[in-house]
Ligand binder design. Structure first.
Ligand code: NAD
Length: 694
């Protein structure tokens, strides 16, 4: 075997030259890999003993993509284009042997090969769009030539990979391998030689492009079909334009166009934010003061207390991960109802074809219930999800302390209560942690984990690992009112209420925030969650909020009652502005002696967003979140902050902290101290730094 570079070797095996890539963990296309592949192909072409070439990867996967660490750095030769060119122009047929995932540059490399053989479990795709870019090494020009334009558009704009079976069906791979991938690929290469098959380059093919040439309207139809999902994103449109170029232009010019469209995205704010977020998400899983090798608690069973809205959703996450769940309720009736809702939810998913009946049966078979708390004495983790009341929660935790086995994790799903205090209700506060799921808990990706002053490192590390197992994105925060997500949300709620008192209408505020990229504005969100929730909390605390209270007094609790800040006609989920609400708003301003004024969209946006950023700065200063990027992860996954704006803290960095600071000072002068810039923000502005550099 000849080592071409540190990561790539070449060996003649019989009449097949085998180029092996070994760059753990995912065989990313770093410069050493690129040099090696090119060298390997050259070696095979120069080796008179071989008639064909196989490119195969060691380890758990084929090339899973570009080396994202090289992004933004000066390019190093050879470029991936050159490497793929060398493969495609090889005088001997080249076969890619794919296992694991061939993604991005990995699939583009495989598309440079003359044939592709894949393991039955392999997945192939071009996920670049998820980083705000497009496949820039010929992917947008070669893929449509292999699978046709409709399929290529689908794969490139969604970034979702397809499995080997589908890939075979659409012609993206030529054969599914037997148990030994390398042997199958070598046999395939031999067959190509034996049958004297022509050396067809994908770049020369254009039979699959004809359908789009005959029907150019398909591009606009496709645009329409993804418009809602890709609202405000720039990358999908450039992906479509690039695929369109594969149809309209000869291959070399198509490649040039792909390059232009790629560079446009690469240097744009959206992809900078999306690439930032890629790292933010991975970073959030690590807790600075918890070492990587912290021993973990084995979690193989869960007890969930409360089979209500949250308890049911939380249970589904565990069941789908194969972890048995025992639900606890106060009555058999409540328990049956809770379990029935889980069953109905699964059945709906099955009927939509998104889950197999078999998978549903498996989930239901590991779900059980009890009305006796003692029955969860042996579980590895307990998650309490009963109604929000400190005294009752403390009582439950006191009982759990007596019942549960030593070392069990005792978690609460509270949204607002002091978890330090809940921990003190036990003799083992080190085992107590907050696991704040978001509603609907079986859907929302975020898991805000809340450490108390005493939560042990083992418990924290175990809950981070658990999040991954149950398909959640975790971020660890400390105890404070509303934790990180809701504490920041409250700042926005205050301002949206003030804005409508001063002159805007709910639909103005909602439109501005929707256009900014959030899934909905604060008033539509309140209608969705139920306006009565806040009303009852205010009643309990003896506080008032004139507009919100007046809306609730009319029984307008939101979507569930057909009206709230908006009307929802005939069970529709589409909010329609309602003159009655406008009257309520105008009257509230008048009663408060406020002279209403015209409020610009710009002011609405800044009034809502800048106090959120300011609160984020306070949260960082207090050490409640360890990194600005953790706050961003919470807002993207918990509240739908547009990923192309990175999260509130990254957004602040992108528009300039000085701008945020100066506007806050101006508002402080006009509206009061709620806008007073946080000391951290002030310091960073003085030092000319960003949050990321804090
Ligand atoms: N609903 C949300 O959007 C949301 C989001 C995040 C967190 N939370 C938190 O989750 C918790 C539960 O909220 P929810 O919306 O699911 O409430 P819910 O009213 O839908 O469900 C609570 C359930 O707990 C049961 N219960 C009450 N006391 C019990 C006891 N002693 N033993 C066993 N079961 C008991 C009730 O019968 C009820 O079924 C609260 O702490 C809430 O703050 C809610």
């Amino acid at each position: 075997m000849t080592a071409i570079t540190e990561f790539v070797s070449y060996q003649a095996e019989g009449s097949v030259g085998v180029v092996t890539i070994n760059n753990p963990p995912v065989n990313a296309l770093s410069v050493g890999v690129r040099v090696g592949i090119k060298g390997g192909i050259e070696a095979a072409n120069a080796d008179a003993s071989v008639t064909s070439v196989v490119i195969v990867c060691a380890g758990r996967t084929f090339i899973a993509g570009a080396d994202i660490k090289e992004f933004g750095k000066p390019p190093q030769s050879p470029s991936l284009h050159e490497v793929i060119g060398a493969i495609e122009t090889s005088s001997k047929p080249v076969v890619a042997a794919i296992h694991g995932t061939a993604l991005g540059g990995g699939l583009e490399t495989a598309l440079g090969c003359h044939y592709r053989v894949a393991d039955k479990g392999a997945k192939v795709g071009l996920p670049e769009v998820k980083l705000g870019i497009l496949p820039g090494a010929g992917g947008t020009q070669r893929l449509p030539r292999v699978v046709g334009v409709p399929m290529a558009l689908q794969m490139i704009t969604s970034g979702t990979p397809i499995g080997a079976k589908k890939a075979l069906e659409v012609g993206l791979i030529d054969e599914i391998a037997g148990d030994d991938l390398k042997a199958s690929a070598m046999a395939f290469a031999q067959k190509v030689v034996d049958e004297n098959r022509p050396l067809v380059k994908i770049s020369d093919r254009d039979d699959k492009l004809q359908e789009a040439r005959d029907n150019p309207a398909m591009f606009d139809e496709f645009r329409k079909s993804i418009a809602r999902k890709t609202r405000n994103f720039e990358a999908p449109e450039n992906c479509i334009k690039a695929v369109q170029a594969s149809v309209d232009l000869p291959f070399p010019e198509g490649i040039k166009r792909e390059r232009e469209l790629f560079m446009e995205l690469m240097t744009g704010e959206q992809s900078i934010s999306q690439r930032y977020f890629f790292f933010a998400e991975r970073q959030a899983a690590k807790i600075p003061d918890v070492p990587k090798n912290t021993p973990l608690i084995d979690i193989n069973s869960a007890g969930i207390i409360g089979a209500g809205t949250m308890g049911g959703g939380i249970a589904m996450n565990f069941l789908q991960a194969g972890i048995p769940v025992k639900m606890v309720e106060t009555s058999q009736e409540g328990l049956d109802k809770g379990i029935e809702i889980i069953r109905t939810n699964y059945a709906a998913t099955v009927s939509k074809g998104r889950m197999s009946q078999d998978a549903m049966d498996k989930c239901m078979s590991i779900l059980s219930g009890t009305i006796n708390l003692e029955d969860i004495k042996d579980v590895d983790i307990v998650i309490e999800a009963i109604f929000e009341n400190m005294e009752v929660k403390k009582e439950i935790f006191g009982k759990l302390d007596k019942i549960c086995k030593p070392g069990a994790i005792l978690a609460t799903n509270t949204s607002t209560l002091d978890i330090d205090e809940i921990g003190e209700a036990t003799s083992r506060p080190e085992s107590v942690i907050g696991l704040h799921f978001f509603s609907p808990a079986n859907v929302m990706k975020l898991l805000e984990e809340v450490r108390t002053k005493k939560t042990s490192k083992t418990v924290m590390a175990s809950c981070m690992a658990l999040a991954k197992r149950i398909g959640k994105i975790p971020a660890m925060v400390g105890v404070c009112e509303g934790f990180v997500g809701n504490r920041i949300l409250h700042r926005r709620s205050e301002q949206s209420t003030n804005l409508i008192m001063e002159g805007a209408l709910p639909q103005d505020v909602d439109r501005v925030l929707f256009d900014f990229g959030l899934p909905m504005g604060p008033f539509a969100m309140s209608d969705l969650a139920g306006n009565d929730v806040g009303w009852r909390i205010r009643q309990g605390k003896g506080t008032t909020s004139p507009i919100a209270d007046a809306i609730c007094e009319l029984g307008r609790f939101g979507q569930k009652t057909g009206s709230g800040y908006y009307l929802y006609k005939d069970g529709s989920r589409t909010p329609t502005p309602d003159p009655i609400v406008e009257d309520i708003v105008l009257k509230a301003s008048k009663d408060a002696g406020i002279e209403r004024r015209e409020i610009s969209d710009d002011e609405i946006l800044k009034r809502c967003i800048y106090p959120m950023i300011n609160e984020g700065a306070k949260i960082l200063e207090e050490g409640i979140a360890s990194r600005p990027s953790d706050i961003d992860v919470i807002w993207v996954y918990g509240y739908g902050w547009p990923i192309y704006r990175g999260g509130p803290m990254r957004y602040a960095d992108s528009i300039g902290l000085e701008n945020v600071y100066n506007t806050l000072l101006e508002y402080q002068e006009k509206f009061g101290d709620e806008f007073k810039p946080a000391p951290l923000l002030e310091r960073l502005v003085k030092e000319g730094k960003t949050f990321a550099e804090a």
